[in-house]
Ligand binder design. Structure first.
Ligand SMILES: Cc1cc2nc3c(=O)[nH]c(=O)nc-3n(C[C@H](O)[C@H](O)[C@H](O)COP(=O)(O)O)c2cc1C
Ligand SMILES: O=C(O)C(=O)c1ccccc1
Length: 350
């Protein structure tokens, strides 16, 4: 998958506007966390079992829904930058593969149009916006359109500093119509700045977990957790899952890589709730490592965006399907034929 992904990455880089490419690629500050994320998975080694029947290897998983694969679509903003159909294309790819799809609060297509592509559940990512009532309406609409969980992103009280593209003439090439598609009806018409009311809300707290769970009447997963004690604080506050992530290295630079933070979070949670993970997942081996370390599912951010940019629905399908095929292959080689048979003893530090 690595060579296929490299090829898709290069085609995507040619296909999209340079400012859009910079937006999706860059990390925060010095870019340490973004460059470290991928390499960190390879600091683990596998301890395979022999002579297990792997003639059938089952990658299906139950997690706030039933999925054919534990490799899902991480919530990422503005798919309209990558392909004309935007998030509608992403959802169609997730549907084809049976992968969990998380729709970003910052999508460029209507929540209802994205949901219509998926024959079953999907999850909605929540950003708390300055005007809380706008967030609340998005949550209600997502729940009405078939979301089965809310993913509250906790690591983005405001957007991290990312160096601008030195060659950029302008900000990312997105029309106001695209960026405001889900919120246009709720914006003030008193002449005030429309972007102000949908900006990130820095005063978010653990109490927002329960608030969102009540509005949606759905389980809340907190995304961006990097510490065991924080995972427990989120669960105490009503979360039903935690998602280990450093936001693809785009928020706090030098934040721990997921491959380092995941074991601590899994140990602290102790099976009380599912633990999910993202960051630098680029192969079936990366996914296998994360799942053996105790994640119930893993998510790809940029690779799905590369697929969309390179080849629309087919490209995103190739990425999700290719990662899943490779996961199935390496599970068999490790002597495991189901996700339930994956356990911590299959991995050791290098
Ligand atoms: C261009 C871009 C936009 C993103 N937008 C969001 C977002 O809207 N909400 C969110 O919770 N995370 C967002 N993320 C973070 C991803 O959900 C995920 O944590 C990260 O991309 C995973 O790392 P990976 O890109 O190495 O797979 C974004 C990431 C990228 C690259
Ligand atoms: O760019 C991002 O990583 C992100 O999460 C975001 C935050 C606010 C608006 C758009 C994207």
């Amino acid at each position: 998958m690595r060579d296929r992904l490299a090829e898709i990455h290069d085609r995507a880089a040619q296909a999209v506007d340079p400012d859009a490419w910079h937006y999706l690629s860059r990390g925060a500050a010095d870019g340490l966390s973004v460059s470290e994320a991928e390499a960190a998975w390879a600091h683990w080694r596998l301890r395979p079992r022999v002579l297990r029947d792997v003639s059938r290897v089952d990658t299906s998983v139950e997690l706030f829904g039933s999925w054919a694969t534990p490799i899902g679509v991480a919530p990422t903003a503005f798919h309209g930058l990558l392909t004309a159909e935007g998030e509608v294309a992403t959802a169609a790819a997730a549907q084809r593969v049976g992968a969990p799809m998380v729709l970003s609060s910052r999508s460029t297509r209507l929540i209802e149009d994205v949901a219509a592509q998926i024959d079953g559940p999907w999850w909605f990512q929540v950003y708390l916006m300055r005007d809380r009532s706008i967030t609340d309406r998005l949550i209600e609409r997502a729940a009405a359109a078939g979301a089965s969980a809310m993913v509250l992103t906790g690591d983005t009280p405001y957007v991290g500093y990312r160096a601008p593209n030195p060659a950029a003439a302008r900000p990312i090439p997105l029309t106001a119509e695209q960026s405001l598609v889900n919120v246009a009806d709720y914006l003030p018409d008193d002449g005030s700045d429309p972007w102000e009311s949908i900006d990130q809300r820095p005063d978010q707290t653990l109490a927002d977990i329960d608030r969102i769970a009540r509005i949606a009447d759905l389980p809340v997963i907190v995304k961006g957790v990097l510490r065991g004690d924080d995972a427990l604080a989120c669960l105490d506050a009503g979360a039903e899952g935690v998602w280990v992530s450093n936001h693809g290295g785009r928020q706090l630079d030098r934040a721990l890589p997921t491959a380092v933070a995941l074991p601590e979070v899994v140990r602290a949670v102790g099976g009380a709730a599912p633990v999910l993970a993202d960051g630098g997942i680029r192969s079936g081996l990366d996914a296998l490592t994360a799942l053996a370390l105790g994640a119930q599912a893993v998510f790809a951010g940029r690779p799905v965006m590369w697929g969309l940019a390179a080849d629309g629905v087919d490209g995103a399908t190739e990425v999700l399907g290719g990662l899943t095929d490779e996961l199935r292959h390496v599970m068999g080689l490790a002597g495991v034929n189901s996700l339930a048979a994956l356990e911590r003893s299959l991995v050791a530090p290098a």
